[in-house]
Write a protein that binds this ligand. Structure first.
Ligand code: FEO
Length: 397
């Protein structure tokens, strides 16, 4: 039997560990996924979020080690996406009188569309629900990252149940930040933001402001719906959201992402990277054959220089680069003063590089440099590319 883990007196983690998940609709989850749900034993037994439907048995097993699931009085659905709400009908079946709360109107509409009318109560920012010793407060966080998102604050335990916000795709043996390697957890939090929340930067910044508005001593724990619970590093994750992820500030770093057919574009990529290194700029060179789009976006999040390369292939860029650009554009990395470089080789028509430059300009990058090398770049050509990058950095200094 899979068991619950107590995180505070009468508050338990009863979620599921998806150790072997390696893709979250295209986002590479190399460390797996967790679907966190939390059980509060009070006069009204309250479950916060559920789990993906394929993990319903794990959820119910963990709940059952604490209390008979038929005794759940309240279910709070902070978010309709099915990784969290998927087992809602299961809980309703086990506890037919359960009262289900979701944000109004989007949460209620979303749950109804997914599971039919199970009798939902809509709540808005400022609404509260007394469950005994505890009064839970709801704060809507629309578009972080769906219209229905909300968080639930438990002032008695000083826990913020934050759902997707502050989450990480990270399945591990331990539930708390300080029990895991912090650099791994922080990197997964950043990757999660870069690939899930980034399009809604302003809304995420407002959500962090709302959290700050609770007061300096209001939070002992941030309990997200994915990954570890923040208790020793609450300030670290809040600051990372404020100062790194949502600030829009760019670092003097570069990403060189590309694909190559016969090695010419690869040679250009290395010459470009070498130019950045010579300029003292930290660079990540990422062949799209070896790096997942989600890892490129993690590197990309606050990088000032974005260099995208492909040879011309059937009058187009390679499909790997086209796929990456579609993924990148969906994450709306707009208007942040980024500098783009389009590059690649060609045989008889330098088309792919123009297309790449145009795509970067369409999301607001300044693209002062396009490099198109005919067939195989010579050593002299590569030295010139390196110099052009050094000059570009000087111009941007
Ligand atoms: Fe983790 Fe938006 O669901």
């Amino acid at each position: 039997m899979l068991t619950a883990i107590q995180i505070k007196p009468d508050v338990y983690w009863v979620g599921a560990l998806d150790w072997n998940a390696r893709s979250f609709h295209g986002y590479k989850t190399e460390d797996g996924i967790t679907y966190n749900a939390y059980l509060i034993l009070d006069e009204k037994v309250t479950l916060i979020d559920t789990a993906k439907i394929t993990f319903k048995d794990e959820l119910v097993s963990r709940i059952s080690t604490v209390i008979d699931p038929s005794k759940i009085d309240v279910l709070i659905c902070n978010h309709v996406e099915m990784d969290h709400s998927g087992s809602t009908p299961v809980i309703k079946q086990l506890s037919p009188n359960v009262e289900i709360y979701a944000s109004a109107p989007q949460g209620v509409k979303g749950l109804t569309a997914h599971y039919g009318d199970l009798g939902y109560h809509g709540v808005k920012t400022g609404d509260t629900l007394n469950i005994g010793k505890r009064t839970l407060a709801f704060v809507q966080t629309p578009m972080v990252h769906w219209p229905d998102n909300m968080v639930t604050y438990d002032a008695y335990d000083k826990i913020l149940f934050s759902n997707d916000a502050f989450g990480q795709h990270y399945a591990s043996s331990y539930r708390f930040d300080d029990e895991n390697d912090l650099s791994t957890v922080m990197n997964q939090a950043r990757k999660y933001y870069a690939n899930i929340v980034q399009p809604y930067r302003a809304q995420a910044a407002n959500a962090v402001k709302a959290v700050r508005g609770l007061g300096p001593d209001a939070i002992d724990m941030i309990a997200p719906a994915h990954g570890v619970i923040w208790r020793s590093h609450v300030e670290d994750i809040l600051k990372a959201y404020e100062e790194e992820y949502t600030s829009g500030k760019l670092q003097d770093t570069a990403v060189v992402a590309y694909d190559s057919m016969w090695g010419s574009t690869d040679k250009l990529a290395h010459a470009i990277a070498d130019g950045f290194i010579a300029s003292g700029i930290k660079v990540q060179l990422m062949d799209l054959k070896a790096n997942d789009n989600s890892d490129v976006m993690n590197a990309f999040l606050d990088a000032k220089y974005i260099c995208l390369g492909s040879p011309t292939f059937n009058s187009q860029m390679l499909p790997t680069m086209a796929g990456f650009i579609a993924y990148m554009k969906g994450l709306s990395p707009k208007n942040q003063g980024r500098t783009g470089v389009a590059f690649g080789s060609y045989g008889w028509a330098p088309l792919a590089q123009k297309q790449i430059a145009s795509e970067m300009e369409s999301v607001g990058f300044d693209v002062p440099l396009t490099i198109s090398a005919n067939w195989i770049p010579s050593e002299e050509y590569l030295a010139d590319v390196r110099t052009k990058i050094i000059d570009l950095v000087k111009e941007n200094a």
